[in-house]
Write a protein that binds this ligand. Structure first.
Ligand SMILES: NC(=O)c1ccc[n+]([C@@H]2O[C@H](COP(=O)([O-])OP(=O)(O)OC[C@H]3O[C@@H](n4cnc5c(N)ncnc54)[C@H](O)[C@@H]3O)[C@@H](O)[C@H]2O)c1
Ligand SMILES: O=C(O)[C@H](O)COP(=O)(O)O
Length: 409
């Protein structure tokens, strides 16, 4: 169990993987100057040592925050994923320690959708192959197997923020949009939800994946699924590398079944730009292989930097958990001269009653109380007169089921 109550100058932010400078500026404007910056993801042992003294950590998709890393992060209050995906974070390990995890759910959505559309156009025109040949001195002027995007069928797997944005842009270019999702979704424009993955695969000229990394999406596109796609179809994956069986994809390209593929994410990605990229897809001219840059635009990174840094600063200042992915969401006003106690606990019967008994038995006047729970944890925030906060904090920390307490001055 941990307790914190620190001055801003002592609160340390560890920002990894070249998070945009807008994050540092946003933190500075909120009064947080104690920021350690790294341009790369750190290897596990270095990460454990750097995170040991950090109260907040900011990562992108490369850093793996495992149970072991959290075990080393004794002071950690919150994680900021400066990206959409949170699969690189062991959320259960964070939650059981009362560590809030934030992300930027849509700051790079448009960037991914634009890249996918561009790739669909290039692959339908055979540009990847012709470009590779031209670099080798070969002139391949031909209209054979070169198609307009207009009128083609786009099959989107995962109709969330990116899938929907992609569908809207594709439709504006004259594509017919259909999607498969495990949840019933409101189709935008003329898009149409289809009931099964196989149906989507069988009737799409271009298939694009926009699902999160989960157990259910692991290798969701393998040999069997590729076999459902029409000859000459195109596969695009800018979601997560675990979603497509790369060997099966390589085999279908070798057989000439698919006309091409654009892959931005890989089962194993180099940890830094200095490491070699190894993939069976390197041999195919008709693939566009990009180094996980779907969200890597200046616009997206700048916005993400501001958005996530602001969420971390707000959580530090007020306890607000809006848009946390693993904590009950509570929007909190400023607490003025009151002291604010934050209490994260296992969501089991009796905790709230024990907390409120503390206030009544000790005649502590509470000026505001906010409570929100999810299946695992409860998060209660209590504003009270400054003179009572030490006593209340001590007693709250002793309540059965307490995970973490914090006081804000
Ligand atoms: N290449 C990049 O740089 C890049 C950038 C941003 C996001 N991403 C990846 O893209 C993913 C999607 O992003 P988003 O913002 O659209 O997420 P989102 O949460 O808004 O949408 C995901 C959609 O997938 C659906 N889904 C989940 N499991 C499914 C399954 N088994 N079958 C079918 N549908 C399923 C969900 O219902 C949801 O509609 C992210 O999780 C992230 O991993 C990659
Ligand atoms: O989840 C995401 O937003 C993308 O995969 C981008 O990750 P990155 O910030 O590491 O480029």
């Amino acid at each position: 169990m941990a307790r914190e109550s620190l001055e801003k100058s002592k609160i340390k932010f560890l920002l990894l993987e070249g998070v945009h400078p807008s994050a540092v500026e946003t933190l500075r404007q909120s009064g947080y100057e104690n920021v350690e910056l790294h341009q790369k993801a750190l290897p596990p042992e270095e990460l454990k040592s750097a995170i040991a003294s950090a109260h907040f950590v900011g990562i992108r998709s490369r850093s793996q925050l495992t149970e072991e890393v959290f075990e080393a992060a004794k002071k950690l209050v919150a994680v900021g994923c400066f990206c959409i995906g949170t699969n690189q974070v062991d959320l259960a390990a964070a939650t059981k320690r009362g560590i809030a995890v934030f992300n930027a759910p849509f700051s790079n959505t448009r960037s991914v959708a634009e890249l996918v559309i561009a790739e669909a156009i290039l692959l339908l025109r055979g540009v990847a192959e012709k470009n590779a040949a031209a670099h080798r001195g070969q002139w391949r002027k031909s209209a054979a197997n070169s198609f307009e995007i207009r009128g083609k069928k786009l099959g989107i797997i995962g109709y969330g923020n990116i899938g929907m944005q992609l569908g809207v842009i594709a439709e504006s270019l004259g594509m017919q949009v259909q999607f498969y999702d495990v949840v019933n979704k409101l189709p935008l424009g003329n898009a149409r939800q289809v009931p099964s993955l196989n149906q989507l695969l069988a009737q799409s000229d271009v298939v694009s994946l926009h699902v999160p990394e989960t157990k259910a999406t692991q290798n969701m596109i393998g040999a069997e699924q590729i076999a459902q796609m029409p000859n000459g179809a195109i596969l695009i994956n800018a979601s997560r590398g675990t979603v497509v069986d790369i060997d099966a994809l390589a085999e279908s390209l070798r057989e000439g079944r698919l006309a091409g593929a654009a892959i931005d994410v890989f089962p194993v990605e180099p940890r830094s730009n200095d490491d070699e990229f190894v993939s069976p897809l390197r041999e195919f001219d008709n693939t566009i292989l990009t180094p996980h840059i779907g969200g890597s635009t200046v616009e997206a990174q700048e916005n993400i930097g501001m958005e996530v840094a602001e969420k971390l600063a707000r959580y530090s200042d007020t306890g607000t958990t809006i848009s946390a992915v693993n904590m009950p969401e509570v929007a909190l006003p400023e607490h003025g001269k009151s002291h604010r106690l934050l209490h994260i606990h296992h969501n089991v019967p009796g905790v709230m009653s024990a907390i409120n008994t503390i206030f009544s038995e000790n005649h502590i006047n509470v000026s505001a109380q906010f409570l929100q729970t999810n299946e695992q944890v409860g998060y209660v925030v209590i504003d009270l007169d400054a003179g009572y906060s030490d006593l209340a904090l001590e007693k709250l920390a002793a309540v059965d089921g307490t995970i973490r307490t914090r006081v804000l001055f």
